[in-house]
Design a protein around this ligand. Structure first.
Ligand SMILES: [Mn+2]
Length: 506
């Protein structure tokens, strides 16, 4: 659904969820501004038991002059179109108003199915990001309005624990490109806690669960603003014996969680994805991440399990069933592995110096995160089978690949083309599409490997890379090059099917 699809309606009422947070208000204000600019009669409202009372939110509404009004009881049905923002019409966290026509714009897990007008993108860190990208799609000049920019920026900031738990590249794009008022953000940022929340954080900290085998801690906090979870987990991870932690609480439609790690064997982002798998979503950075679990899905999968037990069991499972391989010292046993060779399939590449001048510091942004590099004469950037991006040196490239005549087509060549990688010049901030500069190549030679499907989670620290691991799940392949038994890596199941075939001795 696009914003243009909603322009047929007039008047338009935008409803934030009950107890609106900064994201709901920011995203609602974005929609308000957009439809106002189209000459519509627009109302921005919220309902529920409580009025906005937290200092940061009151400041946000007041300083940015956001025309949001509180409706205690709707006397008559909403005329025209009702849009619920940062929530789904009919869900538990938003008072259901009668309306002629309803649309949903949200970034939570899909709860309410089959609405004709809906845009739900569950992988985004904030609804402000969704509204921002829809406004940009509709050619609205968002960057010219720093008041609106401040609202959207603060919405994202609040929903991602001060950007620490950002995982989607679009969220990063909003953060890096929007115009906002730094003084106001500082003011909002420092009116974040009430005295009651300070006390709640204190009480939560003394009620921890600690596991000494795996050095993790879990805290269940009382219902509170998700920001508080981040504050508690940032504190908890500093304890000497705690290497990883999860701090969570129950909110009306599920559980919100903050994850922290201070050891290289646990990537917080991956752990957050692990504990929310199938029942929610999670991600972020190596040290800090966050997530959400949908109560509806949780109850489907774990009808009798209480949440403390769930998190403890999941953490134990995570540590007990994971094999860690340090490639430089690991001796691979190939007796149960098959021999395979890679197929010659096209991938993309970019000669960095044809895009930006030598010496320019650049950031490549992909679905998996940001990678910083500097343009050098021999730097080539590869776009792999999955849409992943990695650097390669010119001589290595020329040894391994032949250049093809065909233009690069990400849709056709990459398994995942959800976010086309971009290249940013860190000197002037300009951003270009990386795929527009890409040409196509194919491996010259076939590499033979030994590989086998794995039956538990495996983390591989490859030779020379001691900070980050590759992770494989059940069904993925553990692979090792026949000519270098310490070149060990993981190939994901879907990639393996496309990129490798059985080696036949002739
Ligand atoms: Mn939100």
């Amino acid at each position: 659904m696009r914003l243009i699809d909603l322009e047929a309606y007039d008047p338009i009422t935008i409803q934030c969820h009950d107890n609106p947070d900064a994201d709901s208000i920011g995203a609602g204000f974005g929609l308000y501004t957009y439809f106002k600019s189209k000459g519509k009669e627009v109302n921005l409202i919220y309902s529920g038991k409580n009025r906005i009372h937290k200092a940061n939110l009151r400041l946000m509404v007041e300083k940015l002059e956001i025309p949001i009004t509180y409706i205690k009881h709707a006397k008559q049905p909403v005329e025209g179109l009702l849009i619920t923002v940062d929530c789904q019409y009919g869900a538990g966290n938003v008072t259901q108003l009668q309306a002629d026509k309803v649309a949903v714009i949200d970034h939570h897990q899909v709860e309410i199915q089959n609405l004709e007008l809906q845009e739900i993108r569950s992988t985004l860190g904030s609804c402000s990001t969704l509204v921002w990208s829809m406004m940009k799609e509709a050619d609205y000049p968002v960057e010219e309005d720093s008041i609106l920019g401040t609202a959207l920026y603060y919405g994202l900031y609040s929903d991602t624990n001060q950007f620490a738990e950002i995982s989607n590249p679009l969220d990063r794009d909003l953060r890096d490109s929007i115009t906002y008022d730094t003084n106001l953000i500082r003011l909002f940022r420092n009116s974040n806690l009430t005295l009651k929340e300070l006390e709640l954080a204190g009480v939560a900290l003394i009620r921890y669960i600690y596991n000494s085998d795996h050095h993790y801690a879990i805290i269940k906090a009382q219902p509170c603003d998700p920001n508080i979870l981040g504050i508690i987990s940032d504190f908890l991870i500093q304890v000497d014996e705690v290497f990883t932690c999860i701090v969570y609480n129950e909110i009306n439609d599920g559980y919100k969680l903050s994850v922290r790690s201070c050891v290289k064997e646990v990537n917080a982002s991956e752990l957050a994805a692990y504990v929310t798998e199938k029942i929610g979503s999670g991600g972020g950075h190596i040290e800090k991440a966050g997530g959400f679990i949908s109560k509806k899905l949780y109850e489907e999968y774990y009808p009798t399990l209480h949440s403390e037990a769930y998190f403890s069991e999941k953490m134990n499972e995570y540590f007990d069933s994971t094999q860690i391989i340090y490639a430089d010292e690991y001796e691979v046993d190939i007796t149960d592995m098959g021999k395979y060779i890679n197929k010659k399939i096209p991938v993309g590449f970019v000669k960095a110096e044809e895009v930006l001048a030598i010496g320019t510091p650049i950031t490549i942004r992909t679905l998996d995160g940001d990678v910083d590099m500097t343009v050098e004469p021999d730097l080539y950037i590869m776009i792999g089978v999955k849409g992943e991006v990695y650097p390669i040196r010119k001589d290595k490239f020329e040894q391994s690949y032949q250049v093809l005549d065909a233009p690069y087509d990400m849709q056709a060549f990459a398994l995942n083309s959800e976010y086309a990688p971009t290249i940013k010049n860190r000197l002037d901030g300009s951003v270009q599409s990386l795929t527009n500069h890409a040409a196509t190549c194919m491996p010259i030679e076939k590499t033979s490997i030994y590989a086998k499907p794995i039956d538990c989670m495996v983390k591989v620290f490859s030779t020379g890379d001691t900070d980050k691991y590759m992770v494989g799940k059940e069904g993925d392949y553990l692979a090792v090059r026949c000519d270098d038994m310490h070149d060990i890596y993981i190939v994901e199941q879907d990639v393996f099917g496309i990129a490798y075939e059985r080696y036949e001795d002739k």
